[in-house]
Design a protein around this ligand. Structure first.
Ligand code: ATP
Length: 135
């Protein structure tokens, strides 16, 4: 089966360089599946799991916004932060989720409320991706 290269890059450096048969990403416009040979495009990403399907396995990577750049032979993700399942600190993500939930129930200021919603989304994404790690 054909593959497409996948590079996930953050300001801290590369998070993942691999190949996949299909890349599934959550863009601001909704979920898209990218196969090798896809037309070139750029799309903003939502906070969510990027899924890489290769042979019979699917790898989940937590990607916290940023941009997806597709070329026919390579998919590049540029994000402020991203983690593979194996590098997620689950206790930290659970603590962040709790902090965000507490802030959401107490927060009156609209912009702080929105920040807490984004923090909760990052934490939930990390918790969900952690659950998919190979044990
Ligand atoms: P926290 O409140 O725990 O810092 P956050 O969502 O505010 O979470 P970010 O600003 O998105 O954190 O990330 C800061 C750095 O810490 C990034 O390099 C990110 O990959 C890393 N990071 C954040 N949470 C975790 C986690 N649970 N496991 C592993 N790395 C994490």
């Amino acid at each position: 089966m054909k593959t497409i290269k996948v590079n996930i890059v953050t300001p801290d450096g590369p998070v993942c360089e691999t190949e996949a048969n299909v890349v599934i990403a959550v863009t601001e416009a909704g979920e898209i599946g990218i196969l090798p040979g896809h037309i070139a495009m750029v799309a903003p990403l939502q906070i969510g799991a990027l899924r890489l399907k290769k042979d019979d396995a699917t790898e989940h990577i937590a990607v916290h916004g940023g941009f997806l750049e597709v070329r026919p032979d390579v998919v590049t993700v540029l994000a402020q932060s991203a983690e593979m399942a194996s590098s997620i600190d689950i206790a930290r993500a659970q603590a962040a989720a709790k902090r965000a939930e507490d802030a959401l129930s107490a927060e009156k200021d609209e912009s702080n409320y929105k920040l807490a919603e984004l923090e909760l989304k990052r934490a939930i994404t990390r918790i969900n991706v952690y659950e998919t790690r190979k044990k």
